[in-house]
Design a protein around this ligand. Sequence first.
Ligand code: UDX
Length: 435
Amino acid sequence: MLISVIGCGYLGAVHATCLAHLGHTVVGIDSDRELAARLDAGRPSFYEPEFEPLLAATLATGRLRFTGDPAAAAGAAVHFVCVGTPQLPDRPGADLSALDSAVGALLPYLNGGELVVGKSTVPVGTAARVAERLAAAGSAATVAWNPEFLREGHAVADTLRPDRLVYGSAPGDERAVAILNEVYAPVIAAGTPVINADLATAELVKVAANSFLATKISFINAMAEMCEAAGADVTVLADAIGRDARIGRQFLNAGLGFGGGCLPKDIRAFGARAAELGVHRVADLLDRVDRINLARRDRLVELTADACAGDLVGARIAVLGASFKPDSDDVRDSPALAVARELQSRGAHVRVTDPQAADNARKRSADLTVVDTVAEAAEDADAVLLLTEWREYRELGPADLAGLVRHRRVIDGRNVLDPVRWRAAGWSYRAPGRP
Ligand code: UDX
């Protein structure tokens, strides 16, 4: 099929590449011409394992190209809209301006029965609004919503082998379902289940999934607070409750909490939309989840101050990790950087390092000192903070750092180090939710 993918950020770039990999002819279009040109030259603007080689191999087939020219959408049977829907600058709702301009830019090139498929995460009701806009412009194109659940760091696998495909379409629109089945034929043939829904349900599925994940993390972090008050160990608690198949062990890692470009803004946008629709209990629930999450950052700062005998002024702090999670160079709403900035504003001398996100951290937080290696960060440190659980940091042993630091104090913000081992080597070990 001839397919256009509009918006070539994380989601769109991976989606376009994977569709071409599956055999379609795909043009990725982005209003950022430089970004499109880089992708077209095989150079992604983000770090994602597996993606760069797949991009190169797929560009070489001749079935994939990227451009800044909106006219390239002409002639495609299916247009996937993958633009960003970030948080509004001044309030918790979603900023839909990129979506609105993408639809506006597409309108001149719709002349028959094309299918416009939204993949962006949007407030419920947006798909219906897009459909009305197309109809008002006299277009015969139809609208479907097909949310994406890809995780950064697993984007290719999550796109080619998703847990499920969700199609939202107008009731009785069997043509939309048939077209999407054709788009995803190899994915479906590999056993991926398809769930058909109306437009509103499909929009809600995405935000409900992210809200559940966020709630699960905040739940275990609330238990971490309880464990701290009671002298208990949240990691053992998580292992024990996670054995119950109804609960499950995934997303029960207590620590510094969630960040990134999705969960925080999605729960806020969902809460804002729920409040608009008068569903205040959902808005309240998500507000609590958000507050519990943000409080973990304060807790890490407190733990660090405690470790430094209450005095952060002049303390030399090594921060291991800048990305919001491992295997990603994304520093959007990164808990690690938030803690680093707060420590610095309290007078500490902070040195941050990260295996992939150092450059992005420098760009986003020009006032922070970002160094290239653990050794540079840890030199003469009064405390070492592990804030993003990259494999190389999880595998650090006490002996790797002992000769570098001024004081043997480690704060394990992600609960991934072995306290027995570090304490036996003469370190003071602290972690959220552990005695
Ligand atoms: C998330 C959803 O998982 C994905 O389905 C959706 O499409 C986009 O949003 P992503 O933002 O890539 O994906 O990150 P995810 O792996 O979900 O992690 C989110 C945050 O939660 C990270 O900051 C991570 O460190 C934190 N986290 C995760 C925890 O604090 N504890 C856990 O147990 C799991």
